[in-house]
Design a protein around this ligand. Sequence first.
Ligand code: CIR
Length: 308
Amino acid sequence: MCGFGGTGSAFAAHQHRGFGEAGSACGGRSASRHLDGSCASVVGIDDYDYCVPAGIAITRAVSAALGDCELTHLERVPIDVEMARAQHRQYEQALREAGYVVEHLESTNEMPDSVFVEDIAVVFDELAIITRPGAASRRIETAAVAGALARHRPLHVIEAPGTVDGGDVLVAGRQVFVGLSTRTTDHGAGQMARLLEPYGYTVREVVVHDCLHLKSAMTTLSDDLLLVNPAWIDSGMFDGFALVEVDAEEPMAANALRLDDRVLYSASFPRTAARLERRGLRVECVPASEVAKAEGAVTCCSLILRSL
Ligand code: CIR
């Protein structure tokens, strides 16, 4: 059984980090930050005079053209864009509940897949890498995401002919796994390694098959725990990690968004959610049926920047 909208505040876990960031006075469980740097909707901070956000979550609007999205492994079915937008608002609210300031970017009809902002960049504490998405239709998405990230991190870019989708990049501490998929090439993975190794990251390539991205097949639940669908990757290569396998009836269930004290998860996978809860994880479920029809899931819909 998934929890949602609990009364506990992730800010409690962060209030000891001290002050000093411009964002501290902008904090609050339901804070939003506009891209001009002002704050809105500050509610729920009655327990604290000032709070330090867990970080920033960059999201992007559901395009009116979502139904024309890229599809690789799924048949096209009708997508209810208004429902997708309502579900996306719940997702953004769940991020705020987890202590993140949401920076919401707008979209246009020319970018059907814009809500899947994860594919457009990979964010580390030290830098952010703007990708060169494998689907040419998605390269139009990079400019606005780069503009938003430039406010928070030094930027680097993946250059042609390499391609990388952020959905293929899994960061587990100083280890970075890059999935070789229909979207991410060996050339792109090599560029990731050259950019990251000077910062002490180890980059390893993982062959992905029968699914869109590495993070369709595997995501992190904690520092040493991975959620996997072993049908789509060689899960034997993750030494030092314990594994939780998805329920056999829920092959799409390996995508979970790890936040500080909880895991944000699709309400479509109750059997696997129960497995996660039995492992002691706090699982917050959100409806994600419409993005799933576009081959998306919960990690895809945000870029998470930890407070430094
Ligand atoms: C695409 O094919 O690019 C989109 N329809 C779905 C992208 C989902 N992104 C992700 O899993 N990181």
